[in-house]
Design a protein around this ligand. Structure first.
Ligand code: ATP
Length: 218
């Protein structure tokens, strides 16, 4: 039987971090009974065009966003590593750091979960962590269209109660309903490029940093 409550893990490009990410961490924490959520900015995200914003600046914005949030912490390891940021090696590192018994819950938005079967060594994820998927209120994971291999994993791993995540270190898939927030970093960057205001879509401290460093202006 595990001793510590599950630790949530939220990876992302965070270019910039916004309230969609922060609400996802907060609502996951409450719904899945997580002790804390660790935000891990990607150094070199492997699945997308490389962000124009240097990794150190995305890390700095992530740190500013969670200042004064005792349940949220920031892990700089992917930014500091000079390698593509694949999730399985990151989870292996966390396992080595936290031990075999600590329940870990990798948090994903529905868009990220749907594409899971295209990830590097994706089936190894389940021996390292649980997966927590944010869905729209009123929807369950089972109602989503998923590819065959992911649907099969979901069938055998679906956790009927989020409380089950605390009972084992890894291997279950749980969903939680999240307040829909149509905020994206892409839209925030576009707003800034067009000299619009993204205020109230992201923390003021992050917006101040963006303005001080003239980010996203071209
Ligand atoms: P971009 O627009 O640059 O693609 P993004 O806003 O989607 O960025 P990412 O850093 O790519 O942010 O996302 C990291 C994680 O946060 C993913 O699991 C994604 O599904 C989730 N996420 C992003 N925005 C939201 C949101 N508004 N609500 C819930 N989850 C979100």
């Amino acid at each position: 039987m595990s001793v510590s409550p599950p630790l949530g893990i939220l990876g992302g490009t965070f270019d910039p971090i916004h309230y969609g990410h922060l609400r996802m961490a907060e609502e996951a924490r409450e719904a899945l009974g997580l002790a804390r959520v660790r935000l891990i900015p990607a150094g070199r995200p492997p699945h997308r065009e490389q962000p124009a914003t240097p990794a150190e600046m995305r890390l700095a914005m992530t740190r500013l966003a969670v200042e004064d949030c005792p349940h949220l912490e920031v892990d700089p390891a992917e930014v500091l590593a000079d390698a593509p940021s694949y999730t399985v090696p990151t989870l292996e590192r966390l396992r080595a750091e936290l031990g075999p018994d600590q329940p870990l819950v990798l948090l994903l938005g529905m868009d990220a979960f749907r594409s899971l079967a295209s990830w590097h060594r994706w089936q190894d994820l389940f021996s390292l962590a649980h997966i927590g998927v944010a869905t729209r209120p009123g929807y369950t994971l089972a109602e989503q269209t998923l590819g065959d291999s992911l649907a099969t994993e979901l069938q055998s791993r679906n956790a009927a109660r989020p409380g089950l995540l605390a009972a084992t270190p890894a291997g279950r898939i749980a969903s939680f309903a999240m307040t829909p927030l149509a905020i994206s970093a892409t839209a925030i960057r576009a707003t800034l490029t067009h000299h619009g205001s993204p205020r109230f879509l992201l923390p003021d401290a992050v917006l101040d940093y963006i303005q001080d460093h003239h980010l996203y202006q071209t």
